[in-house]
Design a protein around this ligand. Structure first.
Ligand code: MG
Length: 282
């Protein structure tokens, strides 16, 4: 893992992230659950009344976290397998405990794909939580995921416009969720990692209160991911936060610990926990 002679290798990309979740102003319980790195960046928005939605979203996130284990990167197949396992576990739990029958959850995630380095990003969605990309090249915010909701289908069919969707009586109805059917019907896309790109994974509680323009404005300010996540949550709370609010911000940045950079520049690698070698001992 040294640069060797000749051409300098492409600089490695590192991931930086921040996350925030909150019950909001109106709801007594936060039924959203969040997984913030180091490999999967996910939001699950549970449904099913009282404690049930909480159980479904927590099960989904815990299953993903367990699947990641110590892996820094995963193959896409492992992520999809974990999502299917989460679906099975939610269905099994609803069957076992009648008190949570009918529960389900959305799931939206970005996963870091690769073997020993970041090779791609998997974007995966079930339900109406969202994934956005904020491009470093043109500062544009693009919704990557498609909402699996009644109103999104009506908008796509041209029956109603976005303004009507926001107040439609079926605006809370989603058409796909984890924990409903044995077969998981998910959307997914793969992207090449681009240095400087930012991703936002969020529940509908954010986008109901904060416009895409306002989200883009926060991302364009250039604050670290941790700060942007907190600011977006504050924006949603200030707007009334009638639903639970969750947001994960993921940044693709230059890897400060890139061995290719360290050659000739001194050893800037921090001593990791459990690594007792003196820094000069490399
Ligand atoms: Mg919600």
């Amino acid at each position: 893992m040294t640069s060797g002679g000749g051409d300098a290798p492409n600089q490695r990309i590192a991931l930086r992230w921040g996350a925030a979740t909150h019950a909001g102003i109106v709801r007594p319980v936060n039924q959203d659950a969040v997984l913030a790195g180091p490999t999967i960046f996910a939001v699950a928005d549970g449904m099913g009344g009282h404690a049930a939605g909480d159980v479904a979203s927590s099960l989904a996130i815990a299953t993903l976290a367990h699947a990641v284990g110590d892996a820094e990167f995963l193959p896409a197949s492992a992520v999809v397998s974990a999502v299917r396992e989460a679906n099975d576990l939610i269905i099994a739990e609803a069957y076992r405990d009648g008190a949570v029958a009918g529960m389900g959850t959305t799931l939206a995630l970005v996963a870091a794909l690769g073997d020993d380095r970041l090779a791609g990003l998997l974007v995966l969605n079930i339900g109406d939580s969202r994934i956005y990309r904020f491009g470093s090249d043109d500062s544009s915010l693009v919704q990557l995921s498609v909402d699996h909701s009644v109103v999104a289908e009506l908008v796509a069919a041209g029956d109603i416009d976005e303004a009507a969707a926001a107040t439609h009586p079926d605006r809370n109805a989603i058409t796909r969720a984890l924990g409903i059917d044995d077969e998981v019907d998910l959307d997914m896309w793969q992207f090449d990692p681009v240095m400087g790109d930012r991703f936002v994974v969020c529940s509908d509680g954010l986008v109901r209160e904060v416009s895409d323009e306002a989200i883009a404005h926060r991302l364009a300010a250039g604050d670290p991911a941790t700060v942007v996540a907190e600011r977006l949550l504050e924006d949603a709370l200030a707007a009334g936060a009638s639903d639970n609010v969750s947001v994960v911000v993921l940044d693709l940045v230059a890897d400060d610990h890139d061995p290719a950079i360290e050659v000739g520049a001194g050893d800037t690698r921090p001593v990791e926990a459990g690594d007792t070698r003196p820094r000069s001992g490399r």
